[in-house]
Design a protein around this ligand. Structure first.
Ligand SMILES: [Zn+2]
Ligand SMILES: [Zn+2]
Length: 243
């Protein structure tokens, strides 16, 4: 778009930072100001080889696996998250999920693209968004994981998106539940979408906004494995650091 046109559009439809409310002039993010975007921290070099948990800036050698992975039997080969969870990324997720924040999807992708190892994991893969039950989609009008995944496909030539899973059971939100309750809550909640026929050795990447205890993503893995898919990875925008 011509620069002059962009200024005109900004004048007619002013944009504000979705975190601090500052008025935005042209900037590389559409709904994030410079100061808020600089507070976003990409996951670093010291991460858990299994779930991507970020150990932070540690001087000693990082362990290869985090506590969460030593105590769980995750069915995916590896999971990676693009950014650390902090005040800004938590607010971004909240705005996306609960404030009709579909328009923020482009900025989510612009942030994720800065994390090269994360983007490399997606290369050549099929993103499988964690499905929501239709009742929740009806309430929110969209599935946030599906919206971000579609944007990722738009910006990355070598990524596909397929709704290979469907939610077969409506479950209460996971928020506030203990890990054991979370597991029970999502047990058998997913089914395979048998209309989609793809080769079983394709690289699948279960895609979600946040990785917490892993119950939901693990349940998705189990359903895919039940149907003969084993080349399964997972990717999320961010993850909780409870470890
Ligand atoms: Zn801001
Ligand atoms: Zn881990």
């Amino acid at each position: 778009m011509a620069i002059g046109m962009e200024y005109l559009l900004d004048w007619i439809f002013p944009r504000y930072c979705c975190i601090c409310g500052e008025f935005l002039s042209t900037h590389k993010f559409k709904y994030l100001c410079k100061s808020c975007s600089e507070k976003i921290i990409l996951t670093g070099a010291h991460i858990c080889e299994k779930c991507g948990h970020d150990f932070g800036e540690i001087s000693a050698e990082a362990p290869s696996r985090c506590l969460r992975c030593l105590n769980s039997e995750f069915q995916f080969i590896a999971l990676r998250s693009a950014v650390r969870l902090n005040y800004v990324t938590r607010r971004l997720i909240h705005q996306l999920k609960y404030k009709y924040g579909k328009h923020l999807a482009g900025d989510f992708v612009r942030i994720m693209q800065k994390n090269i190892p994360f983007m490399t994991l997606l290369e050549g893969g099929i993103l499988v968004p964690v499905p929501l039950h239709w009742k929740r989609v009806f309430k929110r009008e969209y599935n946030q994981s599906e919206v971000i995944a579609s944007y990722l496909r738009k910006f990355s030539a070598n990524v596909e998106v397929l709704p290979l899973l469907k939610r077969v059971r409506h479950t209460p939100p996971q928020v506030g539940l203990h890990i054991r309750e979370r597991r029970g809550n999502v047990k058998n909640a997913f089914g395979i979408n048998s209309k989609i026929k793809i080769n079983h050795d394709r690289k699948l990447i279960i895609f979600d906004d946040v990785f917490t205890t892993g119950s939901t993503i693990n349940e998705c893995c189990k359903e895919l494995r039940r149907h003969g898919f084993y080349n399964i990875y997972a990717a999320t925008f961010t993850q909780t650091s409870k470890n």
